[in-house]
Design a protein around this ligand. Sequence first.
Ligand SMILES: Nc1nc2c(ncn2[C@@H]2O[C@H](COP(=O)(O)OP(=O)(O)OP(=O)(O)O)[C@@H](O)[C@H]2O)c(=O)[nH]1
Ligand SMILES: [Mg+2]
Length: 455
Amino acid sequence: MSDTIVAAATPPGRGGIAIVRVSGPATPQIGVSVLGKLPPPRFATAAKFRAAAGAVIDDGLALYFPAPHSYTGEHVLELHGHGGPVLVEALIRRLLELGARRAQPGEFTQRAYLNGKLDLAQAEAVADLIDAASDAAARAARRSLEGEFSRRVLVLSEILGELRADVEAGIDFADEQIDVLSEDSLRVRLEEAAAQLAALRVASRQGRLLTEGMTVVIAGRPNAGKSSLLNRLAGHDAAIVTTMPGTTRDLLRERIVLDGMPLHVLDTAGLRSAGDDIEAEGIRRARAAMAGADRILFVIDAAADPAAAGYLEERALLPPEVPVTVVFNKIDLTASSAAACEPAACEPAPAGIATVRLSALTGEGLDTLATHLKACMGFEHGGTDALSARARHLEALTRVDAHLLQAAGQLATRSAPELLAEELKRAQQALGEIVGADSSDELLGRIFARFCIGK
Ligand SMILES: Nc1nc2c(ncn2[C@@H]2O[C@H](COP(=O)(O)OP(=O)(O)OP(=O)(O)O)[C@@H](O)[C@H]2O)c(=O)[nH]1
Ligand SMILES: [Mg+2]
């Protein structure tokens, strides 16, 4: 089907060893030409890598993996040579001369996917594993790569498939007065599927936070210390801080890695009735940012507003589905510091809301905030349940959820079984997109372009 591709599998630059990898139908001939003969399958064999005229380009180990027992499912040859960029390039040029072409980013993994070695979610997990910025993210990626995510998607799809088959059988035998929709077992099975979906969504949402990073929006009244908190988290003066309320007008984004945990932190304009059009636009942007956040840090000036009235007034206007942590800032100005704060002596925390007390000025309490954010991401437990997942997976799962809700509604109102079957079918299709049951070239292009060359 395909060309034979070549790329360095190790990163560019100097190193102990560099690995050049070849995959495709012409691999055996290319191997013979460059090595003299093919090494026995899967045995590391010392060899000289030769130019056309017989001169030695480099020497090292050669490994041959005949199809289909290789990473890509094709014939693969790995040449392990000395880790010098000039040697690597000379070797690649020699392999190009023998008929290979340079691989595109992710092309080895794309071939593994096309040859059925991995499904799409697993292929994406390969990239997540390579990009993992923390142990927890790496563990989540490994679990997805091993197929746990895909397995759970497929199990769910099977359950829905069986349900649909039963509903459709009911349609076919409608003459015989079997009222499928009245059957309690259908409802129970649908509920069971919905419960499995809910668990899968939790695990993958957590995985996405670990790999793509949690988006945290800092919001609150003017002058509460939002920009000071951003600067403290970023470790540099990203935002302008002044004593004047209304200093921040626009959104400010910082990408921060907190103990290996990726965070996208957004500073926003203080929420109040705007003084002018610029501020009004800033506040509109602040609200839009909050709606797209994984968590809102609502900053309170603990000295000026110990009862968090600013939050309580604003509460009804915050996006209802986004969790909030109320951050009492400026505790250096209050009598009780974070450490000395007895729960009973603290300001009454708004009921049911997580609170953290800190001083953006002195840095006190920042570690508590970090621990809190890590706990929110499931980072503390090493993300033991997390499955690395992408935004596109979550979006598909959300659609599955919507179809199951529709299906449950149809079951409850005993509407036409055809409608119920259709919802189940659409739910299954959305699940299929995750593992790549029928994925478009455009989607594949987008996914694999994000890989490094040589993977
Ligand atoms: N004492 C003390 N002052 C602080 C603390 N955090 C911020 N400030 C001061 O509070 C004032 C406002 O801080 P900013 O960070 O600009 O507040 P903001 O919430 O971004 O304000 P706007 O952008 O106007 O909405 C500045 O004078 C800061 O130095 C703190 O923890 N302790
Ligand atoms: Mg500000």
